[in-house]
Design a protein around this ligand. Sequence first.
Ligand code: ADP
Ligand code: DP6
Length: 330
Amino acid sequence: MKATAKAHTNIALIKYWGKRNEALILPTNNSLSITLDGFYSTTSVEFKEELTGDRFLLDDIAVEGEQFQRVTTFLDLVRDLAGKELFAEVASINAVPTAAGFASSASGFAALAAASSKAIGLNLSETELSRLTRQGSGSACRSVFGGFAEWQKGEEEDGSDSYAVPIAPQEHWDIRVAAVVLSSKMKKVSSRAGMRRTVETSPFFKGWVESIPQDLEVIKDGINNKDFEKVGAIAEANCLKMHATTLGANPPFTYWLDTTVSVMQTVQQLRDSGIPAYFTIDAGPNVKVLYLPEHEEKVQETLRTIPGVSDVKLSRVGQGISYLEDEKFV
Ligand code: ADP
Ligand code: DP6
């Protein structure tokens, strides 16, 4: 009872920020993302009769504490669905920095959901897999699909209608994302804790939620028509709105560093010089820059010269979940 799956991270252009149900991971707003081919997790899960508890190796190191707890709690859901009581050995390799704002939780939980459900013998549809994945980490439910995906928040109390749907496939549009690395350190406020504090205390949260339907309508039209300026402008504005909510929280907080702001300003300067480039930032200090293939050299070169930037990693639009033969996973 073993399976191995690979899942890519995604970058939200319309952010998920706020839950209406913490336990089931149900969001207050729809979100929309691009799956990225440059960052991924590969996870192998084996259920075994002889185990007396779950085991979790991340990047070849045995994990305990909260990270282990999240995995074992997720495996409980899978065991419940399958009606089996077996424990599992989980081994995952992140080709993405962990807990640094690069969405390792998205690729990590999508790969875990796919590998564990397959290993235990569940034969889930993509919708069922997305719904299950959501309960590991919300944004992960979008990583089940390649290309562009929207997580529909749903209305039901039990979360049965809260899952991602594909908006456009990987080959629909070759837009690029540069991940500007400022810090790969673990962040101080996790996305989970950050959005909780914002929902509970920020007076700006209401305005954030109310603004989403309009942003979604515009961005979906932009994606359909491959209107890069339209998509970039809305993504950048949506990111700034999300981060503004954290400044209104009590106590206030921000994920930005001084270099985060430098990168944002440089992207705006690139635009002033005639190169369409737009930024977006998740719950961390690192910035992702959206651009078109013909501007790759100039964008990359400009970002690398900013003091405090330690690396720039380029990514294309990526694929959804894939399953690997075990011997390929080392
Ligand atoms: P980010 O998603 O930006 O990397 P988060 O704090 O939102 O940061 O999520 C990071 C958490 O996701 C980790 O602390 C760990 O609990 C979980 N995680 C990351 N990678 C994996 C993985 N490959 N398998 C299982 N869980 C993972
Ligand atoms: C800022 O999906 O990591 O990246 O559901 O609590 O696991 P949990 O949170 P998570 O939050 C991601 C927040 C974000 C925006 C986004 O990816 O949509």
